[in-house]
Design a protein around this ligand. Structure first.
Ligand code: ADP
Length: 178
């Protein structure tokens, strides 16, 4: 599913975040230490190779809601933007912290004059954020931030399962009315 806000296309697809070869920066649902782990971070570090963690060590630790950028190493993307999402029920206020992840990642990509960025559903795995609430926050933040972006032209949300995609498509319609 796609919609446009001015010159920016916002997309929502099922897929693997490590296989978005047409995208400048993929976003990692990172941990504070930017270490390889499970879920998205594990998949990104496996495909990127050990050089990514070497580069990450100098930038860690990061705060909840913060975003930092590295190169993509063995990934098909020139850059990775690492965000630390809130742990649901623990890091408060969780909605604001999750929105900060999306906002800060978009700002960072735009500052680097990147054309495209792809996100996984941050905090909805190990960190336990309910998928529908998280989807609404992601799309509302895209809608709020898009008019401020100078360089980004594609924002893609990549969902790892059909069920997560369906929840996101409902939220997408609710926010964008498409
Ligand atoms: P967090 O710790 O922020 O919750 P996770 O990596 O555990 O991060 O999961 C975040 C979301 O990413 C979950 O919905 C999970 O299903 C999804 N996910 C896991 N692996 C991938 C992948 N390779 N590509 C895209 N999404 C993924």
């Amino acid at each position: 599913m796609k919609t446009t806000i001015g010159p920016i296309t916002i997309e929502c697809f099922e897929g693997d975040i490590t296989s978005q070869s047409d995208i400048d920066a993929i976003v990692n649902a990172a941990n504070a230490h930017l270490a390889p782990g499970g879920g998205v971070a594990g998949a990104i570090h496996r495909k990127a190779g050990p050089g990514l963690y070497e580069e990450c060590k100098a930038l860690a630790p990061i705060q909840t809601g913060e975003a930092v950028i590295t190169s993509g190493h063995g990934l098909p993307n020139p850059f990775v933007i690492h965000c630390l999402g809130p742990v649901y029920g623990i890091d408060k206020p969780e909605a604001k912290l999750l929105a900060n992840c999306y906002r800060n990642a978009l700002k960072l990509a735009d500052e680097k004059k990147l054309n495209s960025i792809a996100f996984p559903a941050i905090s909805t795995g190990i960190f336990g954020y309910p998928i529908t609430e998280a989807a609404l926050i992601a799309f509302r933040t895209f809608a709020e931030e898009s008019p401020k972006l100078q360089h980004i032209r594609t924002i893609r949300m990549v969902l790892f399962s059909e069920k997560d995609l369906q929840e996101h498509l409902k939220a997408f319609q609710q926010v964008f009315g498409d």
